[in-house]
Structure formats: C-alpha cells, structure tokens
Write a protein that binds this ligand. Sequence first.
Ligand code: EPZ
Length: 426
Amino acid sequence: MDRIRIQGGLPLKGRIPISGAKNAVLPLMAASLLTQETLLLDNVPDLADIATLSTLLAQHGVEIQSTPGNGLSGGRLALTAREIANTTAPYDLVRKMRASVLVLGPLVARFGKARVSLPGGCAIGTRPVDLHLKGLEALGAHIELDAGYIEASAPRGLKGAEIIFPQVSVGATENILMAATLAKGESLLVNAAREPEVADLARCLVGMGAGIEGIGTGTLRVQGVDELYGTSHRVVPDRIEIGTYAMAVAITGGEAELVGARFDLIGAVATLLGEAGVAVWATEDGLGVARGNGRLIGVDVMTEPFPGFPTDLQAQIMTLMSVAEGASMITETIFENRFMHVPELGRMGANINVHGASAMVRGVGALKGAQVMATDLRASVSLVLAGLAAAGETIVNRVYHLDRGYERLEAKLAACGARIERVRNP
Ligand code: EPZ
C-alpha cells in the first residue's frame, strides 16, 4: 500500500490552487439521473470517490465521458442518463462510499422505483439514512427494507409535500430536493441543510429546469415539473480543501495564496483562525493566509452545520491546536466516533484527552515525526498537517483515504516548498 513520507519543519510559501468540491460533485453526478439529456459538470477534481460513483452510475446505464483537468483547472464530466439499464445500486458499490445512497431520490422520482443497498456503518459512526427514507415516504414513495436493501417504489410518481427535517442532514436534503423536483405539485423542505454544496446542487437543478426558491436558506420551496433538461454547471470550490490548506500554511508558519478560495465558503473557519493568530485576507485570485512569527493561540471549537465550523475540518484544527499556546476544547456535535486521529497525534507528541464528544487539547511546543495511519479522509490529512510541522520524518500510511478527497495533495504541498513524497509499494 502507498505511503506518504514527509520531512517536517519547512514553511509553506506560494500559491495553492483550490479544486472543485468533492461533496458537491457527488450529488451533482446523481442529479444526472433526473434527465435524459446531458449534464455537463466543469471544475471536477480527479478523486477516487468520483471514480466510485462513476462506476455505480455506469452500471445504472449512465453514459459518462470524462475529460481530465490540467492541474490548474479541473476536469469535465459529461453524464447522459438516456435510458436506465437497471435501478439497483448493489452492496459491493454502495459499501465503498455512503454517498451512493444519493441515487435513491433521483431514481425513484424519474423511474418510479429504486433498489439501493443500505450503506451500513462507516469509520466515523453509524450514520443512518432514516431521514432520507422518511422524506421520500412523505413524497409518497413506498419504502421497504429487504435483505439489506432499500426498496422504494412510486409507480404513479411522487407528490409534493411539506417535510420538516428533525435534524440537519446534508445528504437527506440533497436526496429529497432532487426527488421533489420531479414530484407533482409543491414541496417545502424545512430545516434543510444550508451547506454550499446543497446550494450548488440547487443552482444546477434550476439550470436543468427545476423550480426552487430559498437556495442557501434553511427553507427550500420546490415547484415540481414534468421533465428536467441538460445544462452545464461549474462546481463550487472545495471549502474543506480551503480550510485544510489554510491550516497547513498556519501550522508551518508560512504564507500562501489559496487560488479560487472564497470567504463566503469559510466564514466561521476564517473567524476562528483569526482568533488563533492566523491572518486570512482577500486577494485578487482568492484568499491569502499567513501566520506571523508569534505562536498560535488555543481557541475552543464546536462543529456545527453550515454556517458553523464544519466537522470535516475538526481533525485538522485539532492538529493546529496541538501546537498552540494554551488549551483548546474541541467539541464534535455532528458525528460520534470522529476522534480516531487523537491516538495517532498522541504518537507524534500531542497532548489530547477525549471526554465524550469533547477533546481537551493542551498545546505542546512541537510535534515529532512518527509512523501514523488513520481510518478516514479528514483524520488522514490531519496527520499530514502534523507531519508538515513536526521535527524529522513522518510516514502516513493508508494513503488511499487521502486519494478519496484531496486532489494532487503532495504536488500542491511540494510546490509550496514542503518535502513530501508518495512512496509506492509494489
Ligand atoms: C455529508 O455527509 C458529507 N458527505 C460529509 O463529508 C460531512 O461530514 C457531512 O455531510 C456533515 O457535514 C458528503 O457530502 C458526500 P449528514 P452526510 O446527513 O450527508 C445524522 C467527508 O469527509 N443523520 O449531514 O452523510 C448523521 O448520522 C465527509 O468528506 C441521521 O441521523 O451527513 C449525522 O450525525 C464525511 N439520519 C448527522 O445526521 C439520516 O438519515 C449529519 O449527517 C441522515 C443523517
């Protein structure tokens, strides 16, 4: 298995291009199932999760043409779901990536039936899909669970309804929003997720002919239409990548420009970084980020749905806080079991104690390189950040997690002066 080798201690200096958001592309790809015409997506990053969803969509019968990016601008995907070969999403593909469940809403909305494997647990917790299923039931779908599969049917089509989400869910909002676009009549989604990736999906759906009001707010009003059409859509920049690289620059005491980054995508993160002693400012092409000569300052963090501080940056901010002056209390409110990086950071010299959903981080002077590994994407990149700042050599194992969500990670960091390389195992 490939590993990443890092010689730490060098400040990052230069320009880092920000890719399109993985978590926007995945629902956008699923949206291609809603129309027989071609959906063109631009600014698509080259990532393992996108390849996984392409395989799933291809087995449903979607024709996919992929044009790779050139390193500075992302790639292009052309997806055409003219006819559907089958409406079953098999266990072998769904278990690889939970986001596969996003095909459920579009399939049942356009074809009146879908059979999608239940995703099961994952490294960051149990992650049920009950909100997706209740929302579809409210739209008139009949749902049964059989042999590990969700069987959804709506032979006479879906009907608009009011759906009040008891809890904010990005995936459930996306699934129900897509389904509601082809339902008869009006739907109201209350307490909908406001994440930029949901808004990006909604904008693309409007481009496809959907009637959606309230984009970017917690209340989405959808006027169902009989048919959707092809369109072309540019994927929103990846706010988690922006935050990750901002923290990488901060922890190494460097200064860099994050090209394509935007303040509106990382408001709460930028505010918190400011309190921690990291400057973030707007530039012509994106955002500048720098840490002065002073040590970082410990600040408390609580993860929340957007516009709050994202759970997908919790591991990275913990690495940053592990070398800050003073203590920091980091509370994870979205997922249970999202502290797998803690023992690994401990192996690099961090002082962190977990009490339930909170981690008390007491800043240490410096981290030391070590062999580490993690069981999910964001935990893995938090160890890369630790390695960039640590004295000596760090080896991060299980690189395939990073390949799921960070495009050309080593190349982007190396271009800013990091000593980082992938060690390929035969
Ligand atoms: C999305 O996952 C992201 N994935 C996650 O990114 C991200 O961590 C998460 O949103 C929160 O921001 C994609 O967009 C593909 P949720 P999702 O439904 O949609 C509970 C990454 O590293 N819940 O908003 O699955 C759930 O267990 C990742 O890129 C239910 O109880 O997250 C969690 O506690 C991993 N029932 C909370 O809601 C449901 O039916 C929020 O989850 C659905 C969710």
